[in-house]
Design a protein around this ligand. Structure first.
Ligand SMILES: Cc1cc2nc3c(=O)[nH]c(=O)nc-3n(C[C@H](O)[C@H](O)[C@H](O)COP(=O)(O)OP(=O)(O)OC[C@H]3O[C@@H](n4cnc5c(N)ncnc54)[C@H](O)[C@@H]3O)c2cc1C
Length: 463
């Protein structure tokens, strides 16, 4: 059985309504870029949902009928107003790097590209709290924060391409999650400026108490036009690549290291066949056959004790270089879903899953190894979950059809893992599977006609 079902394909919006909306927008602001070329509509309706053999065929034909490139919050409000007046669906888009078709317009209409809103508006010198526009690319935002001595707390491995707004609305965690947990953890996100979709849109300033329903809500319940977040002190992280001949030893180190006083910003463990398929940074030797690899981002004060600590536990340090100063691919782009990207470049018939492993994952890993053998290969990331160090996993899975996927998901749940299904269309089915009444309530308040990214919030469809 498919783990997800797409709402029935509705006919796209009548072309006359799109034409009337485009004419209204052009009359109100002749400088507003409106794209209707089929190649643009196809390009800006896509993301990386092809990692999923479940989603890719379902989403392949879904297209915007008009793309609007906004550069200011006022333009966003004009588009929101026009869509509300003409009853046309509106799907926000950042950089289009999501994995679950989050920014694919299921019911046609307008895709609103927010990549033109990219200013850093403010940095508070005392606290480091900053406010930035949603279209800014995360690496560029870090460059803007650097003169203030500050850096982003957590970033996806798509740091060089993904937008801030897309990360808040479509992402969850990444490099830095070992220290700072998940985006939704209280204290990371502090405020949002949100435009509602109504004939007279409102531009609201939400403080820390009203934010939760908009985090990882796929832009279904408000268009973000500014984001206020806590930052951390910028520091020169060091990239380390460590080899292990023994999987159990590598796993024990991955579990133990985040609990030490050795300061880390990322820890990724790759099982030998996965490590063998990665494009290693310039100067870093590729792994010999059978070697598992541990990738670390560590602070400079951890550099002296780490090699000995690792050697005592069976690890051999092969390579190290300061982040931002090595040749080729940075370590950050070998972990998180970049592992899946590189693996799939050589094995396009594979896909993946996303798990939070139980506090002691040994039984789960042993049982799944017994049941799934070499059809399931391990990629593990260290995270902070509910304040405690935990291991998450994004195992690679040889695609054997919907039934096998459903069986694997059931096995993982039975063995104590939380599954975040990357083969699901809706916010809820890709999360914990339950409807969040606050998300639905926020949609009712900010998008009363249900025009924002329709089809992606199950709680709204079922209300
Ligand atoms: C190789 C690879 C690695 C990845 N690694 C990670 C990772 O480590 N961690 C992680 O969390 N994700 C990861 N992702 C997924 C994705 O890259 C990130 O979540 C990224 O932050 C999404 O940003 P984006 O600008 O591309 O968003 P988009 O894909 O453009 O949009 C994502 C969602 O946000 C909505 N949205 C965008 N902008 C706004 C706005 N201003 N207002 C309201 N809604 C908006 C869209 O409608 C959509 O629903 C990875 C993806 C790939 C392909």
């Amino acid at each position: 059985m498919p783990s997800t079902a797409l709402p029935p394909l509705e006919p796209p919006v009548a072309p006359e309504r799109i034409a009337a909306l485009a004419a209204d927008l052009a009359a109100a602001d002749p400088a507003l870029p409106l794209l209707q070329d089929p190649a643009d509509l196809a390009r800006l309706s896509r993301d990386y949902n092809d990692f999923s053999p479940v989603l890719a065929p379902l989403l392949a034909e879904r297209r915007a009928q008009l793309v609007v490139l906004a550069g200011t919050a006022e333009q966003v409000m004009a588009v929101a107003a026009a869509c509300a007046r003409h009853a046309v669906p509106l799907t926000p888009r950042g950089a289009g790097t999501g994995n679950y078709g989050q920014c694919v317009p299921l019911r046609g209409g307008v895709v609103l590209d927010l990549s033109g809103l990219r200013r850093l508006r403010h940095v508070d010198p005392a606290s480091g709290v900053f406010t930035a526009e949603p279209g800014v690319v995360l690496a560029e935002l870090d460059r803007l924060l650097a003169p203030h001595g500050r850096a982003l707390r957590l970033v996806p491995s798509t740091y060089r391409t993904a937008s801030l707004g897309g990360f808040i609305a479509g992402g969850s965690s990444g490099v830095g999650s070992l220290r700072w947990g998940f985006l939704a953890d209280p204290g990371n996100l502090l405020g949002l400026e949100v435009v509602t979709v109504e004939p007279e849109p409102r531009r609201l300033q939400l403080g820390p108490d009203g934010l939760a329903p908009l985090i990882h809500a796929y832009g279904c319940n408000g268009i973000l036009t500014a984001v206020t977040m806590a930052s951390c002190a910028a520091q020169p992280w060091q990239q380390l690549v460590v080899g292990f001949s023994d999987w159990a030893a590598a796993l024990a180190v991955a579990a133990e290291l985040p609990g030490t006083a050795l300061s880390l910003n990322a820890l990724c463990l790759l099982e030998a066949p996965v490590a063998a398929a990665m494009p290693w940074p310039g100067g870093c030797p590729p792994p010999p056959a059978g070697e598992h690899r541990l990738l670390l981002l560590a602070s400079t004060d951890a550099l002296a004790p780490l090699p000995g600590w690792l050697a005592a536990r069976g690890g051999c340090l092969h390579w190290q270089a300061p982040q931002g100063e090595s040749r080729g691919i940075p370590i950050r782009e070998l972990g998180w879903n970049h592992t899946t990207l590189h693996w799939r470049a050589q094995h396009p018939d594979w896909t993946y899953l996303q798990l939070l492993l139980p506090a002691d994952p040994t039984r789960l890993l042993a049982q799944l190894r017994r049941r799934w053998g070499d059809d399931l290969l391990w990629h593990i990331e260290a995270v902070r979950w509910g304040g405690a160090a935990r291991l998450a996993a994004m195992p690679l899975l040889r695609w054997q059809g919907h039934e096998a996927l459903a069986e694997l998901i059931a096995d993982c749940r039975e063995l104590g893992a939380l599954v975040f299904d990357p083969h699901a269309i809706t916010v809820e089915d890709g999360g914990l599977g339950v409807v969040d009444a606050d998300q639905v309530q926020a949609k009712r308040a900010f998008d009363p006609a249900g025009l924002l990214n329709p089809g992606k919030l199950r709680g709204w469809l079922e209300r």
